[in-house]
Design a protein around this ligand. Structure first.
Ligand code: FAD
Ligand code: DLZ
Ligand code: SF4
Length: 515
């Protein structure tokens, strides 16, 4: 490399991949920069645990790089010279240190991608962008696979990924055990005899970071125990959590992946999304570890548990990213049902009489985490039935979860959960009455509302709102073959019963803040 060349390399808060080829050798002319900035703390109202967790992981990552003799500049939130934007801080560093080249890694978020593209176009020194070396697929791979197609089936993409990366397939590219998808063996409710497992949590002291965030008046939601911060904030802890999952949870992951239980916040889920999304560990490491655990212990870990888990990572996670890069920025404006309502205030406090929502929201405020089926079939289900504007729903999900980054949040929220994309991600809206929530949890038995009542005092709001939703959107959904059966039931109902349901739903929607 040219001795005169002085390179500045930017590392974003979700790009903490120590195995990246950037770090395989120490360049005397290379300086890395990480920055805690207001453009990132303020583009959403984040959970305090998310901001604390990202800053703690960034600080640890900077120390690790320094320990490996890399040159690092770390800009803290309250540094006097912090200009709180990527471009302004970089320009100031270039000016001060006379860098001759600027380099960065492909951002995962469209907003930051556009920002850095525009910035480097105007920059009067050369610049270069590198892959993050994290994902299995490239940004455009899904788009290329489905070119000319009208639909983007996850299952098609998943099979492509299995074959391409030789995951759980035989020498002839056929799926092991004869099938691609073993979902029918999964999705059971927890039995009465179920004994909750104690999830592995960490005890990180992040009080100083919390103080700095408070000092600078960053507006956050939720709570944190900053003397005992539970989330992994470095690679070592992330690997420990992975090991905990493969040892204690994988053997029942698939079976209970859709189960919900009051006071049990993660059941057999891995809680690895935060570590993966900020790239402390890679999806390949996670998938390989799960496969290794299965091979070591085939008597305990059945194949369908493993396949169910692998599908979430090389299927859903990569698929969502592919959809994001194919459809942004238009995706963020989609509102298929033209919904306009606001989220009720209790989404921010958990103070509702609906037990399922109370539990899912309290848990989200306490842990910055809810597992998939709580996000989809409790909070997401309610928001769609209540006709909430997808912008409102997105803002809530982007803020509240520690793993929330737009590429995976918006495709799940606006797409899978709210059907605001009109069916790009999902083939039908995920809505349900109390029957589904009761089938997958024990929430209903402790609820103020009656799961069996559709109308009248204490009738579960999900029941009437469910039918009202289908009625309202019949023009858009009536011909969908996947929900034809529900419309048959609705159309066969007598008019008085239909009207009672619609009136009940109307009443609840008008009094949504009191539910
Ligand atoms: P596990 O159940 O242990 O699953 C293992 C891994 O599979 C996860 O860590 C995740 O990386 C991946 N995965 C599973 N389901 C999905 C999915 N639908 N899309 C993408 N990856 C998946 N996930 C995020 O990472 N960030 C988000 O902001 C996010 N927002 C969501 C919003 C809604 C409305 C819904 C319905 C889902 C959302 N998800 C999001 C997907 C999923 O709920 C989380 O990935 C999962 O709950 C994280 O917990 P876990 O690590 O214990 O997952
Ligand atoms: C989410 C987040 C927050 C809260 N703060 C920072 C920060 O101060 N500095 C930083 O580099 N990254 C932060 N992030 C993560 C970024 O928002 C993320 O890197 C972009 O959205 C790209 O995915
Ligand atoms: Fe939720 Fe209705 Fe069951 Fe109450 S009765 S827990 S509101 S589904």
């Amino acid at each position: 490399m040219d001795a005169e060349n002085k390179i500045l390399r930017l590392i974003l808060g979700d790009q903490l991949n120590i195995n990246h080829s950037w770090f395989s050798s120490v360049g005397s002319n290379v300086t890395y920069v990480l920055m805690e900035i207001r453009s990132e703390t303020d583009y959403a109202k984040h959970h305090i645990q998310k901001v604390v967790g990202i800053f703690a992981a960034m600080q640890n990552f900077a120390k690790e790089l320094q320990h490996k003799n890399h040159e690092v500049i770390y800009i803290y939130l309250n540094d006097e010279k912090n200009l709180h934007r990527f471009d302004d801080n970089i320009l100031a560093l270039i000016e001060k240190n006379k860098f001759t080249q600027f380099e960065y890694l492909l951002p995962d978020e469209y907003r930051v991608d556009e920002h850095l593209k525009a910035f480097t176009q105007k920059l009067n020194i050369s610049s270069k962008v590198y892959d993050t070396e994290h994902f299995y697929s490239t940004r455009s791979e899904l788009g290329d696979l489905f070119v000319g197609k009208k639909t983007y089936l996850m299952e098609t993409f998943y099979r492509h990924m299995r074959k391409k990366h030789k995951v759980l397939i035989d020498d002839e590219s056929k799926p092991l055990h004869g099938k691609w998808n073993f979902d029918e063996d999964n999705r059971q409710k927890l039995p009465k005899s179920h004994k909750p497992i104690n999830p592995l949590v960490f005890s990180n002291d992040v009080a100083e970071i919390e103080n700095e965030i408070i000092k600078s008046n960053v507006n956050t939601i939720g709570k944190v125990n900053s003397k005992q911060f539970i989330w992994p904030i470095n690679r070592k802890q992330s690997l420990e959590l992975l090991n905990f999952f493969t040892t204690n949870c994988l053997s029942l992951f698939g079976t209970f992946q859709d189960a919900m239980a009051p006071n049990e916040w993660s059941i057999y889920h891995s809680r690895l999304s935060f570590s993966m999304n900020i790239k402390l560990i890679s999806p390949k490491e996670v998938v390989d570890s799960a496969i290794e655990a299965y091979h070591k212990n085939p008597d305990e870990i059945a194949f369908h548990q493993l396949e169910g888990f692998v599908r979430q990572i090389i299927g859903w996670r990569e698929y969502m990213r592919g959809i994001y890069w194919l459809k942004m920025p238009e995706y963020a404006t989609l509102n298929y049902f033209q919904l306009q309502e606001k989220l009720p205030g209790w989404f921010w406090t958990g103070e509702t009489k609906m037990n399922c929502l109370k539990d899912a929201i309290h848990q989200s405020l306490n842990y910055a985490y809810a597992h998939h089926i709580q996000r989809l079939m409790v909070t997401g289900n309610f928001a769609l039935l209540a006709g909430i504007h997808p912008d409102e729903v997105d803002a809530w999900y982007l803020g509240i979860y520690i793993d929330a980054f737009e590429w995976v949040e918006i495709t799940n929220t606006r797409g899978m959960s709210q059907f605001a994309d009109g069916g790009i991600v999902g083939t039908k809206p995920y809505v349900s009455s109390a029957a589904y929530i009761n089938k997958m949890s024990s929430y209903c038995s402790g609820c103020y509302y009656d799961k069996n009542k559709k109308v009248g005092e204490k009738a579960c709001p999900f029941n009437s709102m469910y039918w009202s939703f289908y009625n309202k959107h019949e023009a858009k959904l009536g011909n969908n073959p996947r929900i034809g059966m529900m419309y048959n039931v609705w159309r066969k109902m007598n008019v008085d019963a239909q009207n009672e349901l619609l009136e009940q739903a109307d009443y609840y929607l008008k009094h949504i803040n009191e539910l």
